[in-house]
Design a binder for this molecule. Sequence first.
Ligand code: C5P
Length: 217
Amino acid sequence: METWSIVVAAGSGRRFGGPKQVELLDGRRVVERSVAAMAAATVGVVVVTTGDLVADLGALPGVAAAVEGGETRSASVRNGLAALPDSATHVLVHDAARPLVPDAVVAAVVEALADGADGSVPVVPVTDSLRTLEGTPVDRAGLVAVQTPQGFRRSALADAHAAAADATDDATLVSRRGGTVVHVAGDPINLKITDPSDLAVAEALLAHHRRNGARPS
Ligand code: C5P
């Protein structure tokens, strides 16, 4: 088993109002935190980004290659897949927008792959009550929210992307192809920076966990 990572950082940050991946979080860029977490847990990292950041992020420790992103998240993942070395047997795909991912979450994703799953995803309970847009209440008891990194057997992920399909995450594509995707424990601290206020929440979480002697880096 040779596990690599793809960190996708080519979004335009439309909802954020700019490229959120280069915002500073306690003095360090969001994307650098995400890359460092994945570099610590895998053989090498492929970063998918845009413009000047390709050369910039390509020079970070643990980054083997940096490539241009695509129009959609799925297209960006495909560009990352194309840059993996032949020796990679497994791949973790991580959103640059999740800079606080704990090591234990990454380790749980890798462990499920070692146990033979086609894919493994970290999930957390849904805490809000839910309704459809049409107004039908939905029982949250049967639902979980899905985080990244999502881990895959490389061939399962490549097959899922072969038809150039689009989805908001990779596990959706692998499941559609009949792959077995297992759930592992995610963590609420692994939040996704979407709105500017998320950055303030992330700063507070970082300070809170430091005070309590826990991760993240
Ligand atoms: O847009 P969303 O928040 O779902 O993006 C999740 C991750 O995918 C972000 O880290 C973003 O930079 C990345 N992305 C990408 N290429 C795109 C769109 C999103 O790499 N075309």
